[in-house]
Write a protein that binds this ligand. Structure first.
Ligand code: MCN
Ligand code: MOS
Length: 765
């Protein structure tokens, strides 16, 4: 169990406002600890009924008959819906096509079965127990057709994603001429997001309007998908998600079971609660797909990379697309004169895989950073030294300067804290009794994405301030940092500022995905707070009863929740007094970060689709966060068991809005990386595509006992090319590179190179 988590970032503790940069505790923390934060399915709703999903038991074919007579007669049962019930749900635009749905699949529209565990029936009853009992009594006959379960199946047909082709120089020829090259195949298994809060919702359809309590990383996207599913005007839908118990990507796009709840509520005229069981979440939506990467690195004897050739694929659903771009880090990490990469999709019978913390960057760094370690041994160079010799001073793919890249600083701070200079170069030389000890390192990166958004702030007569945005806080700290932002501008302690989030009635916001929300919403709140500040000053100068009446604008300052004059420190006016003398009940302002020529359509698109996400290479700079991860493992000589004994991560995420919360993000993501490296693996039955370990007992994630001493170091500095307030991406960065660093440490301990995740003990023997 972890004894220490070291944090190195002092923050601005003296700051009485607890504004940006302060290590303020989570604003929502107390509510969550006390059980007062209401999650989606906790909402008390009158006349509620309960729905239970039935999933298919074949991977490909058709339903020939569903025997639901018995279920319909059972106590409390209100309805059993199947593909024959006429419960209409229209497909919605997916992320792959610029929309906001995670899958194009909509349940119960045909007898066709595309994967094992697809939703094929829905039972609604007065109580959950009644619905469960009735669902268990349903019998389904299928006509089974040949399925493609594994991407290695000869019937599987890879499709190259042309948009992801990256070429410069002549990589194949350069490999021939280079003095050293290494080549390997690196794979990752299916992995699952598994947030503690299950995917469940309450749909309440009343008088043609639909209210949906839905755990979500993006209520705006969810609302647009729901309106498409139900074929109703978007203004008739309200989605609420004030608290979300984790998502890790799986709540970025609303998933098909929610369509069933909405449709059933419409049909029955009653609010419907539907919660997937933990087992059903493994096939109700997808996690990270299997990935496969063939990577060749070639270098000269001085350690300078000459060429990278990278060919990869990820599996996807047969009739849906999830892209896990495995070359996203490979093409920008190192200075290399010749580069070639291709990425393909391999359709198989699975639920469409989905976003899972750092889709693309995560597998990409897994392959690249293990390969770099292999190359270091081939060149007899220290792995860190090899990275420094190939340091990319600018983005080699985009040919653009970095907005900032404090990766050297990350390497040196991480190495120093870890004691890397003491590392013996030969594998297998460190040991403690029967434990072989190994040290490994890897780099990581994550892009800074940008989507415009809005915010609102209301000042009330009692002096209270409320910040409003529809953006989500999925456990990250959005509530806290938005209050901190407004505090800075308005000179009011952030604890006194309330924040409303996660409701489509609030100002437009993009998805809390792609680690973009903190930068985007702090910018929007900052602008809004500046606007409010200007309005307050205007009122103070223009209201005859104000002690500041007629003063010069430049003479006004805000301090301790008051307006004051520099020239006459005695003359002050509180916000409450100001509203009174100005004869106003409230003051409400809204501002946004859209370009000034943005149309209504542009604004709606940013809130409802994924089409407005601006890539990290816009504006003449390439903007990314960077990391260096150092790991010590102990491998038991007799049993092959691997323990991570310590881990140091040094990160450049630009300016930190709240160092305590950013560190918690990095730490949480590193924990997830340890699980990915050593434990996580979806086991699929090759005969029928069933997920064999669809439970938290059988699908192992890292728990407290797996977690060693951890240390996080911030090396970032404000980067105003990357974002308005100088921050870069945080949420996903910490997982990138962790599995590679662990695999590299395992090699250093044992001389055994594992290129296939997870690194389980049977692979060590
Ligand atoms: N932060 C900061 N300074 C910055 C940037 C961020 O202090 N310059 C801190 C803030 O507390 C902010 C948090 O880091 O709230 C995350 O910010 P950001 O990197 O912008 O990420 P998002 O707000 O967009 O959150 C989504 C991101 C993603 S994409 C996944 S996946 C993920 C993650 O966050 N899933 C999570 N972290 C998670 N944390 C929890 N507890 N649960 C999840 O499901
Ligand atoms: Mo995160 S996987 O981009 O929601």
């Amino acid at each position: 169990m972890s004894e220490t988590i070291k944090r190195h970032n002092p923050g601005s503790a003296a700051d009485a406002l607890q504004g940006l940069g302060a290590r303020r505790d989570r604003a929502d923390g107390r509510l969550k600890i006390q059980g007062l934060a209401r999650y989606a399915v906790d909402h008390p709703v009158d006349n509620l009924c309960h729905a239970v999903v039935v999933q298919s038991s074949i991977a490909e074919g058709e339903i020939s008959h569903i025997d639901s007579e018995k279920a319909r007669q059972m106590p409390g049962v209100l309805a059993v819906y199947t593909h024959e019930s006429g419960l209409t749900i229209h497909p919605a635009a997916t992320f792959a096509s610029g929309g906001a749905a995670a899958q194009s699949f909509v349940p119960l529209q045909s007898p066709r079965v595309r994967w094992n565990g697809q939703h094929v029936a829905l039972v609604v009853a007065e109580t959950l127990e009644q619905a469960k009992a009735a669902a268990a009594s349903i019998h389904i006959d299928y006509v089974t057709q040949p399925a493609i379960i594994h991407p290695d199946d000869p019937l599987a047909q890879p499709k190259t994603v042309e948009d992801l082709n990256v070429d410069w120089g002549d990589a194949r020829q350069a490999i021939q001429q280079a003095s050293v090259s290494i080549s390997g195949i690196y794979t990752t298994p299916r992995e699952y997001n598994l947030p503690i809060e299950l995917h469940g919702c309450i749909a309440d359809w009343r008088d043609g309007e639909l209210t949906l309590w839905e755990p979500s990383q993006w209520v705006g996207g969810a609302r647009s998908v729901v309106s498409q599913w139900m074929g109703i005007d978007i203004d008739k839908v309200r989605v609420l998600s004030p608290f979300t118990g984790g998502g890790f990507g799986s709540k970025g796009g609303i998933q098909p079971h929610s369509a069933l709840a909405c449709a059933a509520s419409r049909a029955l005229g009653r609010p419907v609660k539907l919660v997937l069981t933990r087992g059903q979440t493994f096939t109700g939506f997808g996690g990270r797909p299997r990935t496969h990467q063939q990577l060749t690195l070639a270098a000269n004897s001085d350690g300078k990379l000459q060429a990278i050739v990278h060919e990869s694929w990820n599996e996807t659903a047969r009739e849906d697309t999830h892209l896990e771009p495995c070359n996203s880090v490979t093409a920008l990490m190192y200075a290399v004169p010749n580069f070639y990469s291709r990425h393909s999709l391999v359709p198989v019978n699975t639920v469409n895989p989905g976003w899972m913390r750092a889709p693309g960057e995560n597998p990409s760094s897994w392959a690249l950073e293990v390969a770099m370690d292999e190359l270091a041994y081939a060149l007899k160079l220290d792995p860190l030294e090899l990275r420094l010799r190939n340091y990319a001073e600018e983005d080699p793919q985009a040919n653009l300067p970095w907005s900032s890249r404090r990766l050297r600083e990350a390497y040196s701070a991480g190495a120093q804290a870890f004691g890397w200079s003491q590392r013996p170069p030969e594998p297998g030389t460190l040991r403690e009794g029967r434990q072989r000890i190994g040290w490994g390192m890897a780099s990581g990166s994550y892009p800074v994405r940008r989507t415009p958004g809005e915010a609102g702030i209301t000042l009330r007569q009692d002096g209270s301030l409320e910040v409003r945005s529809s953006g989500a806080d999925i456990g990250t700290g959005t509530y806290t940092i938005l209050a901190q932002t407004a505090a800075d501008v308005l000179s009011v302690p952030s604890e006194q500022i309330s924040v409303l989030l996660g409701d489509t009635n609030l100002p437009r916001a993009p998805v809390a995905g792609g680690s973009q929300l903190a930068n985007l919403l702090t910018a929007a709140v900052y602008k809004t707070a500046l606007k409010l500040r200007e309005e307050l000053i205007t009122l103070a100068l223009g209201s005859a009863e104000s002690p500041l009446f007629g003063a010069r604008r430049e003479d006004v300052m805000l301090a301790e929740g008051q307006l004051r004059l520099f020239s006459q420190p005695g003359s002050s006016l509180s916000f409450t007094e100001l509203l009174r003398v100005a004869g106003k009940e409230t003051l409400e302002v809204q501002a946004d970060t859209f370009p000034s020529d943005a149309t209504q359509e542009d604004r709606d698109a940013a809130d409802r689709t994924s089409s407005k996400m601006i890539p990290p290479t816009s504006g003449g700079f390439s903007a990314h966060s960077w990391s260096a991860i150092f790991v010590e493992v102990a491998v038991d000589e007799d049993f092959g068991t691997i323990r991570v004994r310590r881990i140091v991560g040094a990160f450049d995420s630009g300016r930190l809005y709240n160092p305590k919360l950013a560190e918690s993000q990095w730490i949480g993501a590193m924990v997830m990386g340890i699980g990915q490296a050593l434990l996580e693996e979806g086991l699929i039955d090759d005969d029928n595509g069933r997920v064999l370990n669809a439970s938290l007992a059988d699908y192992l994630v890292a728990v407290n006992a797996d977690i060693p001493d951890m240390e996080v170091i911030n090396v970032g500095e404000p980067d105003y090319q990357a974002s308005a307030l100088g921050g870069k991406a945080v949420g996903e960065l910490g997982i990138v590179g962790v599995a590679a660093a662990i695999s590299n440490a395992v090699f250093h301990a044992t001389g055994k190179r594992i290129r296939d995740l997870p690194i389980t003990l049977e692979k060590m023997l």
